[in-house]
Design a protein around this ligand. Structure first.
Ligand SMILES: [Zn+2]
Length: 248
């Protein structure tokens, strides 16, 4: 069994660092606010399409595969989806008017599913789950690409002059849950916990999608928005392709 420190180091390399790199384009376009919200907003939206679909799949279609059994598992999955959306929506409505607060809410919304990802990574490394998640370089790359886009999505909500504090708080909220999930996965927490977190994460993803559309709507969406959408969609599509083509 690989030492915990080793697994956490892998988590940092393929999870936290790509997330931080995802923040960087925001700083390159700091002077082009309008272009940024149009192109960056479109790109984040393109990414979120597959992100959302993926989480719904990872939560067993919110228990839809169980049929209309109304089993406790099914009810919990559906309830967590609604809660994931509702809690973020209500708190962001009540939240402070600080320009960085939306970035923090989005970072926490994205961090929620990352806790489940951590459990998958942890169990995978100790061989408790036969999910071929991160066992090869190419799968690690695919994982890192989606993490980059997660960081990118958070960063479009940074205020126009982002401060180091904004970056640090957002990195903590969006990046650390993965590292907390890893030991949980190793300790063999019931795997259904990851599915529950993915269900809540899918609800939170609806909140993020809503915030992105509101941001894009501040200006008139134009061709840059569409281009951004295609770029975001394409990157995560390629990431998903290289992820799946290596699976048996
Ligand atoms: Zn993720």
């Amino acid at each position: 069994m690989a030492a915990l420190a080793e697994i956490v180091a892998v988590g940092i390399a393929i999870g936290v660092i790509p997330l931080l790199i995802g923040f960087c384009p925001r700083f390159l376009f700091a002077n082009r606010q309008r272009f940024w919200s149009q192109f960056g907003g479109g790109m984040a939206l393109g990414f979120m399409m597959i992100f959302f679909t993926d989480l719904i799949g990872d939560s067993g279609g919110l228990g839809e595969s169980l049929g209309l059994t109304m089993s406790p598992t099914q009810i919990t999955l559906a309830a967590l989806f609604v809660l994931g959306f509702g809690v973020f929506m209500m708190s962001s409505l009540k939240g402070t008017a600080s320009p960085s607060s939306t970035a923090y809410f989005v970072a926490a919304a994205i961090g929620l599913h990352a806790l489940g990802e951590g459990i998958v990574v942890g169990s995978n490394f100790v061989g408790q789950m036969q999910i071929e998640e991160l066992s090869t370089v190419i799968q690690g790359l695919s994982f890192a690409m989606h993490k980059f886009l997660e960081g990118f999505t958070i960063s479009i909500f940074f205020p126009s002059n982002p401060r180091l504090r904004n970056v640090l708080v957002a990195a903590l909220l969006g990046g650390i849950p993965l590292l907390i999930g890893i030991p949980l996965g190793i300790l063999a927490y019931p795997f259904i916990l990851a599915n529950f977190l993915f269900a809540a994460g899918a609800g939170a993803a609806v909140f993020v999608i809503l915030k992105i559309t509101l941001l894009i709507g501040q200006n008139k969406p134009d061709i840059t928005t569409i281009l951004g959408f295609l770029v975001g969609f394409l990157i995560v599509y390629v990431a998903a392709l290289i992820h799946f083509t290596v699976l048996p």
